[in-house]
Design a protein around this ligand. Sequence first.
Ligand SMILES: Nc1ncnc2c1ncn2[C@@H]1O[C@H](COP(=O)(O)OP(=O)(O)OP(=O)(O)O)[C@@H](O)[C@H]1O
Ligand SMILES: Nc1nc2c(c(=O)[nH]1)N=C(CO)CN2
Length: 178
Amino acid sequence: MSPADITTAYIALGSNIGDRERYLAEALKKLDEHPHVQVLACSSIYETDPVGYVDQDAFLNMAAAVHTSLSPEGLLAVMQNIEQVLGRVRDIRFGPRTIDLDLLLYGEREIRTPDLIVPHPRMQERAFVLVPLADLFSHIPNTSFASIEKQLAKLDGKEGVMLWKKMQWPSESGHSAS
Ligand SMILES: Nc1ncnc2c1ncn2[C@@H]1O[C@H](COP(=O)(O)OP(=O)(O)OP(=O)(O)O)[C@@H](O)[C@H]1O
Ligand SMILES: Nc1nc2c(c(=O)[nH]1)N=C(CO)CN2
């Protein structure tokens, strides 16, 4: 990846079926293995009460910062392919899933197409997204974080987001999300 075409993007990850931690770890590994994506940092893992469709098991949620030379559409396609490989089935809206990958931010870009809206349209109201994202503040300076921090301060539902496992990326022994 040549520095000129590299963008920093932020991705939310969630899982509430099966071995949730393994699905998160596999998704991060597959993202990082892509030749045009590099995982820079990841948040801790949080256990979160389900939101939207509440009659389902608790989620594990986290967020990752990546460098990519892919377009936003290209990155979304890679994310959707990872969801498919990891057995994501789309049936109930907001329902259970082995893995969910949402593109939160792509540099400072604003995108509104039928298949992709960035910043993610529901991120501002979701503590399960903003709490993990806040972990990345210290790793990656980015002006758009200022408003996220303010939003987080006034958001309800933070009590349903509990630290589950502290994480580090990369770890001394390689990838730590495993
Ligand atoms: N920023 C984005 N990140 C991921 N998908 C997006 C985004 N903007 C639009 N989409 C579209 O949303 C569609 C539905 O995505 P998905 O099935 O993951 O939704 P969901 O996880 O049930 O709900 P939510 O998007 O609220 O998390 C995708 O096919 C994709 O084209
Ligand atoms: N706690 C939690 N709730 C959710 C989640 C999620 O990742 N975590 N994802 C949803 C669909 O995008 C709907 N509800």
